[in-house]
Design a protein around this ligand. Sequence first.
Ligand code: F6P
Length: 321
Amino acid sequence: LRRIGVLTSGGDAPGMNAAVRAVVRTASFYGLEVVGIRRGFNGLHDGDMDLLGPRDVANIIQRGGTRLLTARSEAWRTPEGRAQGAEHLRRWEVDGLVVIGGDGSFRGAHLLAQEHGLRVIGVPGTIDNDLYGTDYTIGYHTAVETALDAVDKLRDTGASHERIFVIEVMGRHAGHIAVEVALAGGAEEVLVPERPKALAEVAETVRQSQERGKSSSIVIVAEGFPGGAEGVARAITESTGEETRVTILGHIQRGGAPAAHDRVLASVLGQAAVEALLAGRSGEMVGEVAQRLNYVPFEETWTKRKDVASNKYRSARLLSC
Ligand code: F6P
């Protein structure tokens, strides 16, 4: 191994920069060169890449977003697109690649390794925390803090106006952010795709909490819950006759300076990814489980299900009585 590539792909996540820095600095420590590929797999397809030295990644550990830019690549969906990317890597004499991203990015990485025999290691970077094989993904903790800050603020208004607030957090297919935020924010109800529930039942829960003397309520809805926040709010108004307000937090959850936890995780896993390539590993994501490095084949990261933490889900609901 003489030269490796690194790219960030899919939705940006706070801590991606710290991961890129760790990859570049670790490579330098072991005497490897690094090529930084811009705009994820799009940049690989277009040959948009340059050498990155240890000084090029100075002053980015604390920054949100990704210095390498990112994309959800259409070009990578075709075998021809991937072959063109592999050709660019050959031309640049890159013989190992670190892909920082979520499940979509790992699907792309898996195909590259399979079809072109390239050594590829994945680093989990997504706010959704929905990858099997790692307790946490880079960006998740920061996103939770950002959403929680918003929930605390909305609670002030909800309490002052004696209103029901329905707040939608990100998570297209996953409720990890929702459960964590609901428990930390003292929400009355949390709705996640992993625990489907009829809207009538949701409305009934809110109605009962009002009967128990609550004058305001916070309902946290994961983006992927059927009906979304709007549907939930409508059902609550129909059942209780009370006014509701909907807030969709959206992309604000993806930005901002990474929390310490995400910077540390990114640093550890970025280093581990380069060391994995040096050890001859490929076709795997490196994560952390119970504070130990954990390697899982790419396919398992999306085929095996990582459920929301049942104990937290239960606590969030039990403590809202
Ligand atoms: O995967 C991260 C995520 O933020 C999801 O929670 C959300 O559904 C999706 O990305 C939004 O994607 P985009 O930024 O492409 O609209």
